[in-house]
Design a protein around this ligand. Structure first.
Ligand SMILES: [Zn+2]
Length: 214
């Protein structure tokens, strides 16, 4: 499931969930659907942060708590409806049997590039929904351009067409910034700026994540 940016969230299943390992270290971000699957299979538990304290819930007790939350604080959560009831989408889950450390390299993939470029076309600077953007090899592959952080950027459809299979110079276009390899997972920066993901902050202190917290 593609990671959605907060502005695109339409249903609870579009939300993102921070995954901790057994030792409460942040290891990755996944979609709500996958988080529910891990909870349902008892491979993970919910970590719920309230007033800087946190509580742990297995799937069953989270479902029960959700009934109360639905009644008393319906606006405080994103929801997924089942046939019989609503379940609050957890913001954080903890893998019960996984104790490996977070990956130290930021993976070169579509969602991380979109996050690094903040969904902005790197030629015209326009911000677009993920569906309207594609990835562009700055130096085209046909001219020896590599598939690397420094050579791939987000581009909108019209800039992509305009550029064709040329270098920016040949196409008379310029990049709005130099593409670089991010030191930290760029998705984390985007999510921390949204209220719904504030509870992630206290789990992101580990040296690897050392993100600037606003
Ligand atoms: Zn553009």
């Amino acid at each position: 499931m593609p990671v959605m940016f907060a502005s695109e969230i339409k249903s609870g299943l579009d939300c993102n969930v921070l995954v901790l390992n057994k030792h409460y270290m942040a290891i990755r971000i996944i979609g709500a659907r996958r988080a529910f699957s891990l909870l349902f299979r008892e491979l993970a538990e919910v970590v719920s942060v309230e007033k800087d304290k946190y509580s742990n819930y297995d799937f069953q007790s989270w479902c029960e708590l959700s009934q109360l939350k639905r009644h008393f604080e319906p606006d405080g959560h994103d929801w997924v409806s089942t046939v019989n009831f609503y379940i609050a989408v957890p913001r954080i889950i903890r893998l019960l049997f996984y104790d490996r450390l977070p990956r130290t390299e930021v993976k070169l993939n579509r969602r991380n590039i979109f996050a690094r470029d903040k969904n902005k076309c790197q030629y015209c600077g326009k911000r677009q929904p993920t569906s309207e953007l594609s990835l562009d090899h700055v130096i085209p592959r046909s001219m020896g351009g590599k598939t690397a952080w420094e050579n791939i950027v987000c581009a909108c459809a019209s800039c992509n067409v305009k550029k064709g299979g040329r270098t920016p110079k040949l196409a008379g276009m310029t990049l709005i910034q130099k593409p670089i390899k991010p030191k930290h997972n760029p998705l984390v920066h985007i999510h921390l700026s949204h209220q719904r993901y504030h509870s992630w902050k206290q789990f992101l202190d580990h040296a690897y994540w050392s993100v600037e917290l606003k």
